[in-house]
Design a protein around this ligand. Structure first.
Ligand SMILES: C[S@@+](CC[C@H](N)C(=O)[O-])C[C@H]1O[C@@H](n2cnc3c(N)ncnc32)[C@H](O)[C@@H]1O
Length: 224
């Protein structure tokens, strides 16, 4: 993908997602909030600074603000147009281009990355993870959500989504190998997003299902 591909989708990103996910979501932000609720469960301390790496138009950043009201929330992306939209979605967060990330070494207690790695070329994934880890405070937590390539519904959605034309999905094992290479410790994997909005009452079951490779996405996390 050319660096600014998501510039072209910044203005209609929500509309495209709505059309794709209307069967699963009762509101356009159901899955975005779901992931931040999951993040909140994964960490056991009050972070001071959280980075939403590859934040796009700020769909998750919005919920980082809501779920972590005492933290400073940052978002970065390579798409300037997406960042302009993100500023409208989550006005109290701080946004910057990813090229400026190396100017912020060791400052983030939590780094959240949602659906970004499958857009990064295979040859650049390791380098990108190194860039991310350098911005983590010692002992910081990194949490990466990715599409689950074992889930046929997910694969169908990716194959039909206009902005996923370049997507190369990663198996959880590949992401864990990248984590190890980058020096991430205590790596853990969970499958998630088993339940669409109309089955949200069943979400409490997710804690018993997280080892089943059937969730719509998976999350790999660890410490730096
Ligand atoms: C599918 S969108 C996900 C946006 C957001 N994380 C979310 O879950 O709503 C992928 C985003 O990753 C960004 N991206 C792709 N390659 C990147 C890179 N190397 N560094 C930072 N962001 C990147 C794109 O510009 C795009 O905004």
């Amino acid at each position: 993908m050319g660096k600014k591909d998501f510039d072209a989708y910044a203005k209609n990103y929500n509309a495209i997602l709505s059309e794709q996910l209307n069967f699963f979501e009762e509101d356009n932000f159901y899955f975005a909030e779901y992931k931040i609720a999951k993040l909140k469960n994964l960490i056991s301390f009050q972070p001071k600074r959280i980075l939403d790496f590859g934040c796009g138009i700020g769909r998750s950043t919005l919920f980082l603000n809501q779920y972590f009201p005492h933290a400073q929330i940052y978002g970065c992306d390579i798409s300037q147009e997406s960042l302009l939209e993100a500023e409208k979605t989550a006005p109290s967060a701080h946004f910057f281009l990813t090229t400026a990330l190396s100017e912020k070494p060791k400052i983030f207690d939590v780094i959240f990355v949602s659906n970004v790695f499958h857009h990064i070329k295979l040859s650049e994934r390791s380098k990108t993870l190194d860039l991310i880890t350098q911005s983590s405070a010692t002992g910081g937590v990194i949490v990466v959500f990715e599409h689950n390539p074992y889930n046929p519904v997910t694969r169908h959605l990716v194959n039909t989504c206009p902005f996923d034309h370049d997507a190369v999905l990663l198996r959880p094992k590949e992401l864990k190998v990248l984590f190890k290479k980058a020096g991430v410790q205590n790596i853990s994997l969970e499958y998630t997003l088993f339940f669409p909005a109309f089955l949200k009452r069943l979400r409490f079951l997710e804690k018993y299902l997280h080892f089943l490779p059937l969730g719509g996405q998976y999350v790999v996390s660890g410490n730096l």
